[in-house]
Design a protein around this ligand. Structure first.
Ligand code: UDP
Length: 362
C-alpha cells in the first residue's frame, strides 16, 4: 500500500513519530510537511529526537490567516497527490494541514484516514473544531482515540468507518517517558526542584490573540504561588511582545521563560511538575499519562475523560480558580483512558482495510 501522510505542526510530528515507523515496516509512505510550523524548535527537533523519517516533501507554507494558509496548502498538495497516486491519505488531529490534506484527497478521489477522529470541544469558535468536524465528514476511515470520540461520530452520523484504535500520542509517551524521567538536565537548566514548580504552555488563538484575554493570562501567571516554567510558543511570544507584556513576564522572579523545548526536555519537566497548566489538547493527555494534575486554561476540552476522572480541571483564565485547583486532592485511581500504547499498530491494520476497499479515482 502507498500512503501520503500530511503533517505540519508540532503535535503532528509527535503523532507521526508513533505511526510512520510502524507503517514503513510494510508500506510505502510519502511524508509531506506543509511547514505550518516552520520554526526548527517546533519541527526539525522532533525529526532528530523522536526518529521521525525526514519528510520527503517540505512545503514551507507557514504564514497567513487560517483561510489563506489552508488555500495555499490545497494548491500545493493537489499536484503531489496527482503525481504520487496513493491508496490513501493519512492526516492527524485538527490543524490547517489536516483539513487541507483531507480536502485535497477528497477532491482527488483518494480515501482519507483521520487519526484522532471524533474529538469535539463543541466550540465552533475554535479553528481546530472546524478542522476536526470537516475532516471527519470527508474521511473514509475514522481512527478514534477514545469511546467518546466514537460516540460523537455516531451522533453526527459520519459516514466513514469508525475504529477505536487508542491514542498514538500514548505510544510516544510510553516510549519516551522512561528516558525523560531519568533526565535532570532540563530541571537544572530551569533552576527548579522536582514537585516544586508548575509547567505552563499556552498558545491557543482564543487565549493569546485577544489582548484582553492575553492580559488575563499574564495576570494568572503572575499570581501563581510557585515557580513557573513557561516554554514560549512563538505565537505567544509575538503576541506578548506586541502587547508590551513580555517584559512583565521576564521581570517576574518566579517565572522562567524558555524557548519551545524538545519533546524529551518537555516531558522531563512535565513528569516532575507539581501541576501542568495548559491550553493544549495533547498536553492535557500527556499530563494524565504522567500522573500530573492538569489545570486547563480553557472552558472546554476534547479530552473530557481527564476531567471526569478528576485529573484535569477547566479554569479558563480565572486566576483564583487556577490557584484553588493547585490545592486540590488528586484521585487515587488513574484508569487507562486512551489505549495501551499500541495504537499505531491498530492504525496500520485499519489502513490495510481501506486499501483493500479502495475504488480507483476516475
Ligand atoms: N511539546 C514539546 N515542547 C514544548 C511544548 C510542547 O515538545 O515546549 C509537545 C508536547 O509534549 C505535546 C505536543 O508538543 O506532545 C503538543 O503540542 P501543542 O501544544 O503545540 O499542540 P496542541 O495539542 O495544542 O494541538
Amino acid at each position: 500500500m502507498k500512503l501520503v501522510t500530511v503533517i505540519g505542526n508540532r503535535p503532528q510530528f509527535v503523532k507521526a513519530a508513533a505511526v510512520s515507523r510502524v507503517l514503513r515496516e510494510h508500506h510505502e509512505e510519502l511524508l509531506v510537511n506543509t511547514g505550518q510550523h516552520y520554526d526548527d524548535e517546533l519541527s526539525t527537533i522532533f525529526v532528530t529526537e523522536l526518529g521521525i523519517p525526514r519528510p520527503e516533501k517540505e512545503l514551507r507554507l507557514g504564514n497567513g490567516s487560517n483561510t489563506a494558509q489552508t488555500a495555499r496548502m490545497l494548491a500545493q498538495l493537489e499536484p503531489i497527490l496527482v503525481e504520487s497516486r496513493p491508496d490513501a491519505v493519512l492526516v492527524y488531529g485538527d490543524t490547517n494541514s489536516t483539513l487541507a490534506g483531507a480536502l485535497a484527497a477528497a477532491q482527488a478521489g483518494i480515501p482519507i484516514a483521520h487519526v484522532e477522529a471524533g474529538m469535539r470541544s463543541f466550540d465552533r469558535r475554535m479553528p481546530e473544531e472546524l478542522n476536526r468536524v470537516l475532516t471527519d465528514h470527508m474521511s473514509q476511515l475514522l481512527l478514534c482515540s477514545s469511546q467518546t470520540a466514537v460516540d460523537n461520530l455516531g451522533r453526527e452520523q459520519a459516514i466513514g468507518e469508525r475504529v477505536l484504535v487508542g491514542d498514538v500520542m500514548v505510544d510516544v509517551a510510553y516510549m519516551f517517558q522512561p528516558r525523560a524521567a531519568a533526565d535532570d538536565v532540563p530541571l537544572r537548566e530551569a533552576a527548579v526542584e522536582p514537585g516544586e514548580y508548575v509547567l505552563v504552555t499556552a498558545h491557543r488563538a482564543g487565549n493569546v490573540d485577544d489582548p484582553v484575554r492575553l492580559k488575563a493570562l499574564v495576570d494568572l501567571l503572575l499570581a501563581l504561588p510557585l515557580p513557573v516554567v513557561l516554554p514560549l510558543h512563538p505565537r505567544t511570544g509575538a503576541r506578548l511582545d506586541a502587547a508590551g507584556l513580555l517584559d512583565t513576564l521576564q521581570a517576574a522572579p518566579h517565572i522562567r521563560l524558555t524557548p519551545p523545548l524538545g519533546y524529551l526536555a518537555f516531558t522531563a519537566l512535565l513528569m516532575r511538575a507539581r501541576a501542568m497548566l495548559t491550553d493544549s489538547g495533547g498536553v492535557q493527555k500527556e499530563a494524565y499519562l504522567a500522573g500530573v494534575p492538569c489545570i486547563t486554561l480553557r472552558d472546554t476540552t476534547e479530552w473530557v475523560e481527564t476531567v471526569t476522572n478528576g485529573w484535569n480541571v477547566l479554569v479558563d483564565l480565572d486566576k483564583d480558580a487556577a490557584i484553588a485547583a493547585l490545592e486540590r486532592i488528586m484521585p487515587a485511581e488513574r484508569p487507562e483512558l486512551y489505549g495501551d500504547g499500541h495504537a499505531a499498530a491498530r492504525v496500520v491494520a485499519a489502513l490495510d482495510l481501506v486499501a483493500a476497499a479502495a475504488v480507483p479515482a476516475p
